[in-house]
Design a protein around this ligand. Structure first.
Ligand code: PLP
Length: 387
């Protein structure tokens, strides 16, 4: 038998030969419009800090006050002694923010998605997911013993076909609100009508929509005016627009109580530090009240798209701060991102298997923390490296 290391090394070498080897960068600064990397300052177009809140002083002050009040760790899971008054208050604020009766905090979005799907369906049930859903949703679907199928991206006819052919007891349709690698929106009004026509439940992961979409940042359900019966299971994350950490699920009393009783990734893990909940409460207030952040972000998105079209970049149909630039050769994606790095600009280089073969891209993320001038700098650099 080959040793552990020899076997692993062979697989690693193969990854490298495929030009798919991933490496981390060590960032020496906080998350902001500029990142300190290897003693260099790089313009940051790869974080999901859409509203520019990750470095906000009021949120940092709330975190520090939270540490003074509660210390550093929660010490236990929510069902033992880890559920603080700060967590409870934040859940109530998130329920109000989303216009849902209740909300429940999870430690990460990944865990929320695993927990929710597996608390709601099991053997003899059906889970239908958009093929471009986030990996955490797909993993959640694979973990269930339900019949798990993926429908073509935002295809209502494929979804309908799969729903019609099922006699499952419980049917769960799951979609991203904003797709994380493409930036486009799910056709939720139609998906929700289709789901209710077939007695299926709808879960929406709005990790990239909350904070950004809707008049008060309520996300895709606010923007498209989707009620609780239309989207009974709403998930959002707090590490992106909110600039802190964690995730939540919002819905009915029965949904939230079910998750508390049955979601294993909720039950068997340590609660977030209460100070994080304190920070998120401060963030939530800013998200809801500071409309100028969304207005400025929208102006930057329009500026970027207009400039990109002018220089002939291959954009996708995205109206959100996620603006992919398709590069027709998957191997060139890395080269181009390295050239951009040399010009002082950091963007995400996204290649298979994160996206389908042949659709490698630069994933450009805009933030309210950027200036118009920084967006222009990005466009100039993209043009000069031949993206
Ligand atoms: C980031 C993300 C998650 C995971 O959230 P974390 O809190 O980072 O674990 C889940 N779903 C989508 C669509 C995401 O973009």
């Amino acid at each position: 038998m080959k040793s552990l290391d020899a076997t692993l090394q062979a697989a690693l070498d193969e990854r490298r030969q495929q030009h798919l080897y991933r490496q981390r960068v060590n960032v020496a600064s906080g998350c902001g419009p500029a990142l300190g990397v290897n003693g260099q300052s790089l313009l940051n177009f790869c974080s999901n800090d859409y509203l520019g809140l990750a470095g906000h002083p009021d949120i940092a002050a709330a975190l520090k006050a939270g540490v003074d009040a509660y210390g550093t760790g929660s010490g236990a899971s929510h069902l033992i002694s880890g559920h603080s008054v700060a967590h409870q208050r934040l859940e109530e604020q998130l329920a109000e923010f989303t216009g849902r009766p209740r909300a429940l905090l999870f430690s990460t979005g990944y865990m929320a998605n695993l927990g929710v799907i597996n608390a709601l369906v099991g053997r003899h049930d059906l889970v239908l997911q958009d093929q471009l859903n986030h990996a955490s949703l797909l993993d959640g679907g694979r973990l269930t013993r339900a019949d798990f199928r993926r429908y073509k991206h935002s295809s209502l006819s494929h979804l309908q076909w799969l729903l019609e052919r099922s006699s499952a007891r419980r049917k769960l349709v799951v979609t991203d609100g904003v797709f994380s690698m493409d930036g486009d929106l799910a056709p939720l009004v139609k998906i929700s009508a289709l789901a209710s026509e077939h007695n299926a439940w709808l879960m929406v992961d709005d990790a990239h929509g909350v904070g950004v979409l809707g008049a008060t940042g309520g996300g895709i359900v606010e923007q498209q005016n989707l009620s609780l019966p239309q989207v009974p299971i709403l998930m959002g994350t707090l590490g992106k627009s909110f600039g802190t950490f964690g995730a939540f699920v919002a819905g009915s009393e029965a949904l939230i109580e079910t998750l508390i009783q049955f979601a294993r990734s909720y039950i068997y893990t340590t609660a977030l530090p209460p100070s994080i909940a304190c920070a998120t409460s401060a963030s939530l207030k800013i998200v809801a009240q500071e409309h100028w952040r969304r207005d400025h972000l929208c102006a930057l998105i329009a500026r970027f798209r207009e400039g990109a079209q002018h220089i002939g970049l291959h954009l996708m149909a995205s109206t959100t701060p996620i603006q992919p630039v398709l590069i027709n050769d998957d191997q060139r994606v890395n080269e181009i991102s390295q050239l951009l790095r040399a010009k002082g600009i950091m963007v995400g280089a996204i290649r298979p298997p994160t996206v389908p073969e042949g659709s490698g891209r630069l994933r450009i993320c805009l933030s309210a923390a950027h200036s118009e001038q920084q967006v222009d700098q990005l466009l100039e650099a993209l043009e000069s490296v031949g993206a």
